[in-house]
Ligand binder design. Structure first.
Ligand code: SF4
Length: 510
């Protein structure tokens, strides 16, 4: 894998998950069969005879790129591809402000490819737009986002980037994320990291970031030992757009209590901060399907070990996550003691909520790691999980679904990013509560069913604080029924009643 990943990194365009991993986006069954189906390759064979909509990997790549400080986005695309940036820019600026950074909106430009450009090529426009962005905004980083149209017509965007790098002052980072290349949006993470590794410096630079040790200095040996000790106890945590500042604070609080120095990458960082990536003793992921591409690279290139141990959601997963990290430093006992202490406090805090939600029937939908972790966490608190819906599946999620298979073997599991299948499930399963991905709450409210978000960057979802907050939200949702009750009485759904007679997943085919 090591040699392979380094050669992958050298290529101009990153691989998509469809070729790098075993993936799937169409499945209906249970967790045990899903894991087996993912392993033996039958998952990739599955599709649908009808699709309502799909998602474009570019949107997730942009979500990450917009969070970087002093950056400009250049969309190499027709006008429409950048539409999402109007909202992403606001979201990223709010995230920067909440992390104590300057809450500036990210400037973005588009090469605005026309029909004539699609015939004659858009390379000149791309070069001029990058040069304009550098002159006008004086950014530290220019992200060049290469979309479907230039990829299909064969624009050599990489050659343009190579040439302009020689005379612009910003670091130019190309992000190849055309939607047509991948069926799973999670390819976006690899596209972003691929560009970052190739376009930016990720190791401290002598005389800029540090003064090299002088062998003639009598204090050099001691200073070197101190540096190496501090480096070995520095942990890089890898965030994602779904993780808010409250989540970051909660995991920093726990790892700091174990005596570790913790930093977050790569979202909400600057060019200068990114140069510290290689200067760490351990890389830790917070999501199995998010970071393996970059963490494998950092291990191969810099020898930095990494841990991918699920998400710290609920008591059991949080303890396992903490202990796995602590093991690396020989702090297993301290981590278990810390978990004992935190669990005792949290159990006391959530006690009033538990009685009010015990036995409620819950349908959970969203990202593959979160849904598995949240389902088992809520089940262990007495809620009844009647269905798990994941947007996609790839073999990085195997440990999560092995855990689901062991703990919720009879719970129906589907791989579906299709809204019509979710509506069907809600109408026919009649859950007491839906825990679902952001952006779906409107549909669910129209059905008059209580729902809470699976994540939300304005709250905590991780570890003890996160568990307390989601349970409090669930209780609140059951008590405040007015909005969804009234909305559902006045909305006509676009489905014929006969649609709900069949199986929700009748369009899935092998
Ligand atoms: S699928 Fe292609 S054309 Fe559509 S938004 Fe994504 S990059 Fe643009």
């Amino acid at each position: 894998m090591g040699v392979r990943i380094l050669s992958i990194y050298k290529s101009d365009v990153p691989p998509v998950r469809d070729t790098r991993l075993h993936i799937g986006d169409s499945y209906d069954g249970n967790a045990c069969d899903l894991v087996n189906c993912g392993r033996d390759g039958c998952l990739i064979q599955k599709g649908r005879s009808f699709w309502q909509a799909g998602a474009c990997q570019m949107s997730l790549t942009l979500m990450m790129a917009t969070t970087l400080e002093k950056a400009v986005i250049v969309m190499h695309a027709p006008g429409g591809c950048g539409a999402l940036l109007f909202s992403l820019s606001v979201q990223a600026s709010k995230g920067k402000g909440r992390r104590g950074k300057v809450p500036t909106a990210v400037p973005w430009l588009s090469t605005n490819l026309t029909e004539a450009d699609v015939i004659g090529g858009g390379e000149r426009k791309l070069r001029e737009t990058i040069e304009y962005a550098d002159r006008e905004f004086r950014p530290e980083i220019i992200f060049v986002v290469v979309t479907c149209a230039p990829s299909i017509i064969g624009d050599d965007s990489e050659e343009v980037v190579r040439q302009v790098r020689q005379h612009v002052s910003a670091d130019v980072v190309s992000l190849h994320c055309p939607g047509f290349r991948s069926r799973v949006v999670a390819s976006a993470y690899d596209a972003f990291y691929h560009g970052l590794l190739r376009g930016l410096k990720i190791e401290p630079q002598p005389w800029i970031d540090y003064r090299p040790f002088s062998e003639s200095d009598p204090k050099a040996e001691l200073a070197k030992k101190k540096y190496l000790y501090e480096k070995s106890h520095t942990v890089n945590l890898w965030n994602a757009t779904s993780m808010g500042p409250d989540d970051e604070e909660e995991v920093i609080r726990l790892l700091t209590a174990l005596g570790l120095k913790v930093r977050f990458f790569a979202e909400y960082t600057s060019q200068e901060e990114l140069r510290q990536i290689a200067d760490a003793g351990l890389n830790v992921s917070l999501c199995n399907v998010h970071d393996d591409y970059i963490l494998t690279y950092l291990k191969e290139q810099y020898g930095t070990p990494y841990i991918i141990a699920g998400m710290p959601i609920g008591f059991r997963h949080t303890r396992a996550w903490l202990v796995e990290i602590a093991k690396h430093f020989g702090l297993e006992k301290q981590a278990n003691d810390l978990a004992d202490y935190e669990e005792a406090l949290a159990k006391e805090a959530i006690e009033p909520f538990i009685e009010q939600i015990k036995g409620k029937r819950v349908l959970i939908g969203g990202g593959v790691v979160r849904v598995g972790a949240e389902a088992t966490a809520l089940s262990e608190l007495g809620l009844k999980i009647i269905g798990i819906r994941s947007f996609h599946y790839d073999n990085n999620a195997e440990p999560i679904f092995e855990d689901v298979a062991a703990n919720l073997p009879d719970t129906p599991v589907s791989i579906s990013n299709q809204s019509f299948e979710m509506i069907h499930q809600i109408k026919t399963l009649k859950p007491d509560l839906v825990v679902s991905h952001n952006g779906t709450q409107g549909y669910i409210a129209k059905l008059g069913v209580p729902s809470v978000q699976l994540f939300n960057v304005d709250g905590a979802f991780f570890a003890y604080k996160g568990l307390y907050q989601i349970l409090r939200r669930i209780v609140f949702e059951f008590k405040n029924t007015s909005y969804r009750d009234r909305l559902s009485q006045h909305i006509k759904l676009p489905y014929k009643q006969s649609y709900f007679d069949g199986n929700a997943f009748k369009y899935i085919k092998d």
